[in-house]
Design a protein around this ligand. Structure first.
Ligand SMILES: [Fe+2]
Ligand SMILES: [Fe+2]
Length: 395
């Protein structure tokens, strides 16, 4: 910045040339390798008939993998469960990315109040445009699959704002949803006018994508390992292209929340309070683990109805009693799938602890990820058993 003339703050992004250089490299490489045209093209070329007999993900990334449904499924049904994992998983990613688009912009405007932040804002503009391409591809493919298999929505949903629940299948009620809506609106206003909070959002974005990074890395493998990449199923191609774009987004989150934060004025008590509330909210959003879609923090009792409809659909063809019994066995009993979902959740909490460890402002509850640590297998089973008794009464 021009130090000869008066400035509003003594801070500039150029005060930390190393952080600036890292941001510049990350932005330049993302621009050079931008996968938007490939993702758009893949979405356009998607034809379910052409890849309906293939696995789109590694086998372990299948709906209800490691549960009785998977164990007893025919080879054809297993392929379907694998494809439905893709649809369900990326339906959740759409929701997260709708929020990311808005928060990238509000936080960029908070950060732009400090001198020399143009590079960050330009990078975030590119990321938001990439998210729109990602959403378009996930939505196009997910909707075509559901239309073809079921003729109705199971995991997908019509386009919406970020002010609905970010977790599509959650444990909420109208009062909680209303309160959350107010909090989100307040958060967007606060981040747009405060550089620290704008920057701190990227700690949340980084946390939220840590687990995603692990899963999406696995989902990128079939394409990476394919000898004829162009012949691999379109959804597998999209998984890979998406993972490549997201690796830059993750770097941005880490750079802003860990490196750039140091060149901003230290937070006051209000900023520390808001920042801790945000991490707390992330822990709550990531409290549950799901055997339906492992690696996603959905509340499984809210999936009983969609899974029941899938089992009753012509593709699985179960009658009422069989579908109900399958849901009981998959969700209320211990299984390899449950152990695996719990293990992934525990690994996520561990990586979140490591991520916030270098930050100065998180309180003990957020440092220890104490909320997430309360999510145990015993609790899962008592929740699902209670919910199944209610479900049985309605089904
Ligand atoms: Fe994305
Ligand atoms: Fe992203």
């Amino acid at each position: 910045m021009n130090r000869a003339l008066s400035q509003r703050t003594p801070h500039s992004l150029l005060d930390d040339p190393r952080a600036y250089a890292k941001l510049e490299t990350n932005y330049r490489k993302n621009k050079e390798q931008d996968h938007t045209p490939k993702i758009d093209d893949a979405a356009k070329r998607f034809d379910y008939e052409a890849c309906k007999d293939e696995y789109w993900n590694p086998e372990a990334y299948s709906l209800l993998h490691g549960t009785p449904l998977w164990d007893e499924a025919s080879p054809t049904e297993r392929v379907l469960l694998n494809q439905l994992y893709w649809v369900a998983y990326y339906s959740q990613i759409i929701s997260a990315e709708i929020a990311t688009i808005l928060l990238n912009q509000t936080c960029a405007s908070g950060l732009y109040s400090i001198e020399d932040f143009r590079i960050v804002c330009d990078g975030l503009d590119l990321e938001s445009a990439q998210e729109r391409a990602h959403i378009h591809a996930f939505k196009t493919i997910g909707e075509k699959v559901e239309e073809r298999l079921f003729g109705e929505r199971m995991f997908t949903y019509p386009m919406r704002t970020m002010y609905t629940e970010t977790m599509i299948f959650h444990n909420s009620n109208r009062v909680k949803e209303f309160w959350r809506n107010i909090q989100l609106r307040a958060a967007t206003m606060l981040t747009s006018g405060n550089a620290f909070l704008g920057c701190q959002y990227f700690a949340i974005r980084g946390l939220r994508t840590l687990n995603g990074k692990m899963i999406q890395q696995a989902l990128a493998q079939p394409y990476l390992r394919a000898s004829d990449k162009a012949a691999s199923p379109i959804p597998a191609q999209v998984s890979y292209f998406h993972f490549m774009d997201e690796s830059y987004h993750f770097n941005t989150s880490r750079l802003l929340s860990h490196d750039v934060l140091h060149c901003l004025p230290p937070p006051g008590p209000f900023e520390r309070f808001v920042a801790n509330r945000a991490i707390d909210g992330c822990q709550r959003d990531h409290f549950h683990f799901s055997v339906t879609v492992k690696g996603i923090f959905w509340y499984d009792p809210s999936l009983f109805h969609p899974v029941y409809r899938i089992l009753r659909s012509k593709v699985f063809g179960m009658d009422h009693a069989d579908a109900r019994e399958m849901i009981r066995r998959c969700y209320t009993e211990e299984s390899d799938g449950l152990h695996e979902a719990y293990r992934i959740h525990a690994t996520a909490a561990e990586s979140y602890r490591a991520y916030v460890e270098p930050l100065k402002y998180p309180n003990a509850r957020n440092r220890d990820m104490a909320v997430m640590a309360g999510s145990t297998m015993e609790r899962y089973l008592s929740d699902t058993r209670r919910a199944f008794a209610r479900f049985e009464g309605h089904a």
